[in-house]
Design a binder for this molecule. Structure first.
Ligand SMILES: [Ca+2]
Length: 552
């Protein structure tokens, strides 16, 4: 018994040591054991159901698990309040079910259109704008633009009633499809993402500008004042903290100096900046909490599936020397850890995007874009907090240049299989399947790298010439094996098995794929001491779990 405890303690020490050097994530390359590939449906509505059926059957044949679909509020409740028409989406669910696929509906309470890559125009139901004042219902930007992509996060009462009615009606009408529905996404902002409408082209935004704060409706400004009254109690204490000489609460306001708020350093170094940005984000996380509660209360007992929500991949300006993170701050992302805490508290899965992108413009003005860093940061936080994370690509992957496309899928695979993602949703259907149902050139690339089925393999390495303190790892040609010991990947780590006197470990890799691999000996300092000599092992993985033994 004592021996076992000692071994556990030593094991824990080793895990602790290694995890510090690898973003606190699982320390082995691996495909998540329940990994699934998903495909995002077109934004526009299906008009040719027989073509769509052919497309879905092709997805199914290629191992895609589910299709993810926007269910537009502006479609189903457009006529009048509580006059729902689900007929289109019922037909949709029926077709998905018949194709043998699972379905992931997104309850899209945002407008379709007005965002990057949108090819549709489905505004919110008209009648909602009569339920309260525009000041309450809409977001108002720094430059006075009124945004109607979603209800504003200050429209709590309207949201509570309307989302409740919408979700309840969805649950009633789709409970018969509960075997088909795999997960349900809620929309908590523009493009379905928990954020403000800070970067809307309708508000004259162009990439890669920082965007605009959306805290200038009267109700938003009043809310900020009230929040500061609660925090400081009286103006004199606020003046001390902010180093100001305000004489009236009415002078307490979101920033009115545009970029200066950032370039002056106020956003980064002043108590005022911290107070404003903390409050601005808090309004979003409150909104997330509210919508998640409505979703759980309507869906959990009916569908018994996970509820998911998204945050946006705001990768530009991250590294801007004049205004670092200004685009994220303007969208409401001030402290990702606290945002993810709300995901955890609200029992939500998280979807994050931009997995295909790289950091090639990290130092390039005006982009200063670091999507790869951002994805790893978010995945690391999700792993720390034990939040299930799923990935998406930000922009369609479709190229005549096969190498370019493959490099995008490889970027995605690196994140998925080294940073503990549970699933991946490819945008979009039309890039991998032609209208007649035949696969495009992208299909094979996508399926080979990302459309994988995990199988558990027990790896065994015999006769490795290790010394005390060494460990044996495996690495190979694919990201689920750490891509030949790439700095962005992780190897498959084995542990000493004293009864068999060899090194063993199990990992999930892909069924039916071609692998090349080698064992390596890693010293106690984490550095590679020795590669297995000779040619690479080559292996066509089987369809089911198995053992794989290497004689060093
Ligand atoms: Ca309603």
């Amino acid at each position: 018994m004592k021996k076992i405890i000692n071994r556990i303690v030593i094991g824990l020490l080793i895990i602790g040591f290694v995890s510090n050097s690898f973003y606190h994530m699982s320390t082995s390359a691996d495909i998540s054991s329940d990994y699934e590939p998903y495909v995002m449906a077109p934004l526009t509505k299906i008009t040719d159901w027989s073509s769509f059926t052919n497309q879905l059957e092709t997805l199914k044949e290629n191992g895609v698990h589910a299709i993810t679909t926007d269910v537009w509020w502006g479609d189903v409740e457009s006529e009048a309040n509580n006059q729902f028409d689900w007929s289109y989406y019922k037909q949709y669910a029926e077709v998905v079910k018949d194709a043998g696929l699972k379905w992931v509906p997104i309850l899209s309470t945002h407008q379709c259109g007005g965002n990057v890559g949108d090819d549709c125009n489905i505004p919110l139901p008209d009648w909602i704008w009569n339920l309260d004042s525009h000041d309450t219902l809409t977001q108002k930007s720094e430059t006075g633009y009124i945004n109607k992509e979603t209800l504003s996060p200050w429209a709590n009462q309207i949201i509570e009633t309307q989302y409740q009615e919408l979700y309840q009606s969805f649950a009633q009408h789709f409970s018969q499809y509960k075997e088909t529905i795999d997960k349900i996404y809620i929309s908590t902002g523009p493009a379905g993402e928990l954020r403000y409408s800070s970067y809307a082209s309708s508000d004259n935004w162009n990439y890669p500008e920082r965007g605009k704060f959306q805290a200038y409706s009267d109700i938003a400004k009043q809310d900020f004042r009230e929040s500061m009254k609660q925090k400081y109690d009286n103006l004199s204490q606020l003046n001390t903290a902010w180093e100001t000489n305000l004489t009236s609460w009415n002078q307490v306001s979101p920033p009115t100096d545009g970029n200066q708020f950032f370039t002056s350093g106020a956003a980064y170094q002043s108590t005022y900046g911290d107070d404003f940005l903390t409050w601005y984000q808090h309004v979003l996380t409150n909104h997330l909490s509210l919508v998640a509660d409505i979703a759980h209360s309507n869906f959990d007992d009916v569908f018994h599936v996970p509820i998911g929500a998204k945050i946006a991949g705001i990768h530009w300006k991250m590294n801007d020397p004049q205004m670092p993170h200004a685009a994220e701050y303007s969208a409401g992302y001030y402290n990702y850890s606290q945002i993810l805490d709300q995901f955890k508290a609200s029992d939500l899965q998280l979807t994050f995007t931009a997995l295909e992108m790289d950091n090639s413009n990290a130092e390039t003005s005006p982009y200063y874009s670091e999507p790869k860093t951002l994805v790893t940061q978010i995945a690391s936080l999700a792993a720390d907090k034990k939040i299930t994370i799923n990935g998406e690509n930000a922009l369609a992957i479709s190229s005549n240049d096969a190498n370019y496309s493959i490099s995008r899928y490889q970027n995605i695979a690196q994140h998925l299989f080294n940073e503990d993602f549970k699933g991946f949703t490819l945008l979009r259907l039309q890039n991998i399947v032609h209208e007649n149902g035949s696969p495009t050139n992208e299909m094979n690339r996508f399926i080979n790298i990302l459309g994988v089925t995990p199988i558990q393999v027990n790896f065994i390495v015999k006769n490795a010439p290790t010394s005390y303190g060494d460990t044996v790892h495996l690495t190979g040609n694919r990201w689920e094996m750490g891509k030949w010991n790439s700095p962005n990947g992780q190897n498959i780590k084995l542990s000493w098995d004293s009864s068999n006197q060899d090194w063993r470990g199990s990992a999930y890799i892909a069924a039916d794929r071609y692998y090349e691999m080698k064992a390596i000996i890693v010293g106690a300092n984490g550095e590679i001491k020795q590669w297995e000599p000779g040619a690479n092992h080559t292996w066509a993985s089987p369809h089911h779990s198995t053992n794989y033994t290497i004689e060093w």
